[in-house]
Design a protein around this ligand. Structure first.
Ligand code: UD1
Ligand code: CA
Length: 460
């Protein structure tokens, strides 16, 4: 659709959010509001997307990155004024799809249908409308005796008869570019807010007898605009429900969708089971046949086939196939678990790789560590990786056995097949195949001598 551009209006402040952040940057289901709109337009087949920015312009530009075209609306003088800023950037595009940055629930299929009907009916303007139970706050669609659309009236400018109309403007439209730009120049700020209303273009088109069409959104839920935090929560819940539904239809079991929080950006393979209280965020990818949760948060993680993760927090980590993680494990960024690794309770791992078939079953901290295959790390093992200034690496080679309650003072290497005796503080490399003991020798004293000394104390 190279002759169509999308223009997303996102320059407003969003006063009712009472926030330091621009409204369109508030996040639900893993994306900010305007990213959901951009994703929908992209999935509807529109390659070029122009974003009108103004309030918090630099913050918005930085958050969304360089793949979009930005135009600046320095003063927010209304939606018509905002769209006019995009004229140059739109170039010679024949069709302009206009969207608001605060309507994150629009579906790509709805936008595609709007575009198709606009083309098929050769319209000058096609408005996406909806019939809602409570039209408060929206512009009302005005029709004549033949049912033809003749204009849009904003609520604050509407008379009581117009206010009673339940067919509303969703703020999404298609325009024939040839007419649009000249109509925008003709807009007058003669309304209650003293703004240049994009909606007045509809009246101008009708006056010139140009064809104006309306397409109804099938699902009124789609058109919700987010203007305050309550609507943000409502939209978030709707998106979450949609994400969960799509996953379940793709073969994922979600025990309790109401208490399972999965971002729109997450991918999950079939036959994975997700237990309540689980948060899957960012670019997390889960293979098939896994079980996750309850009470688990995974952000930007990959989990291989058939792994079990329970009561765990993992960030920017890779969990290989057939692993068991948790309960109560904390995997920090840069953790890589190869196949069939077991990480048990009260274990923290950071920037470390654990080789296949190795076990870190309980009460351990591994930082900046490379662990080979088939290694056993005893309970209470700590890598002392930080000397107060620098982080140092630890290497534990294949088949090594680290006894319980050992400290490995980095930089240090434990060779293949070596054994570290329980309670050791290892400060020097352990050669392959050897056994290291580094702890105080046990002394056994006679208990009788202890008792007589106690008696002496009582007498004295
Ligand atoms: C607008 C429509 C209304 C419709 C509703 C749907 C107009 C005059 N009214 O009202 O008919 O029912 O959307 O949600 O268009 N913006 C700018 N620059 C500006 C003003 C606004 O970029 O100068 C952007 C905002 O950031 C927002 C969008 O345009 O993303 C809509 O603005 P908003 O103030 O929310 O319009 P509504 O009052 O909701
Ligand atoms: Ca709005």
């Amino acid at each position: 659709m190279s002759d169509t551009v999308a223009v997303i209006l996102a320059a407003g402040q969003g006063k009712r959010m009472h926030s330091r952040r621009p409204k369109v940057l508030h996040r639900i289901a893993g994306r900010c509001l305007v990213e959901h709109v951009l994703a929908a337009a992209g999935e509807a087949g529109i390659e070029k997307q122009i974003i009108v920015i103004g309030h918090g312009a630099e913050e918005v530009r930085e958050a969304l990155g360089p793949k979009y075209t930005y135009v600046l609306q320095e003063k927010q003088l209304g939606t018509g004024h905002a769209l006019a800023r995009a004229r140059e950037a739109a170039g010679t595009a024949a069709t302009v799809l206009v969207l608001c940055g605060d309507t994150p629930l629009l579906r790509p299929a709805t936008l595609a249908r709007l575009l198709r009907e606009h083309q098929d009916r050769q319209a000058a303007v096609t408005i996406l409308t909806a019939v809602v139970d409570d039209p408060t706050g929206y512009g009302r669609i005005i029709r004549d005796g033949q049912g033809m659309v003749t204009g849009i009236v904003e609520e604050r400018d509407a008379n009581p008869v117009e206010k009673a109309i339940r067919e509303i403007n969703t703020g999404t439209y298609c325009f024939k570019a040839a007419h649009l730009w000249s109509f925008l120049e003709q807009l007058q700020p003669d309304n209650d807010q003293g703004e240049y209303y994009l909606t007045d273009v509809v009246g101008l088109a009708c006056r010139e007898n140009l064809p104006v069409q309306a397409v109804a959104a099938g699902d009124p839920e789609e058109i919700l605009g987010v203007n305050d935090r309550a609507q943000l929560a409502i939209a978030g819940a709707i998106l979450r429900r949609r994400v969960n539904m799509a996953l379940m239809q793709g073969g994922v079991t979600i025990i309790d969708p109401e208490t399972t929080y999965i971002d729109a950006t997450v991918r999950i393979g079939p036959d994975t089971v997700i237990y309540p209280g689980t948060f899957l965020e960012g670019h997390t990818i889960i293979d098939e046949g896994c079980s996750l949760g309850p009470g688990t948060t995974l952000r930007d993680c990959q989990v291989g086939k058939g792994s079990h993760v329970i009561h765990t927090v993992a960030l920017e980590s890779k969990i290989g196939p057939g692993c068991q993680v948790g309960p109560f494990a904390y995997l920090r960024p840069g953790t890589v678990l190869d196949a069939r690794v077991k990480v048990g309770d009260f274990v923290e791992i950071k920037a470390s790789r654990i080789g296949a078939d190795s076990k870190v079953p309980h009460l351990t901290y591994l930082g900046d560590t490379t662990v080979g295959t088939g290694v056993n790390i005893g309970a209470g093992t700590i890598t002392c990786n930080y000397d107060g200034e620098k982080k140092w690496p630890t290497v534990i080679e294949d088949g090594a056995f680290i006894g319980s309650n050992s400290n490995l003072v980095a930089p240090v290497r434990v060779g293949a097949g070596a054994l570290v005796g329980a309670g050791s503080t290892i400060t020097e490399d352990v050669p392959a195949g050897s056994m290291a003991l580094a702890r105080g020798r046990q002394v056994n004293l006679s208990r009788r001598s202890k008792k007589s000394s106690e008696k002496r104390q009582e007498k004295g």
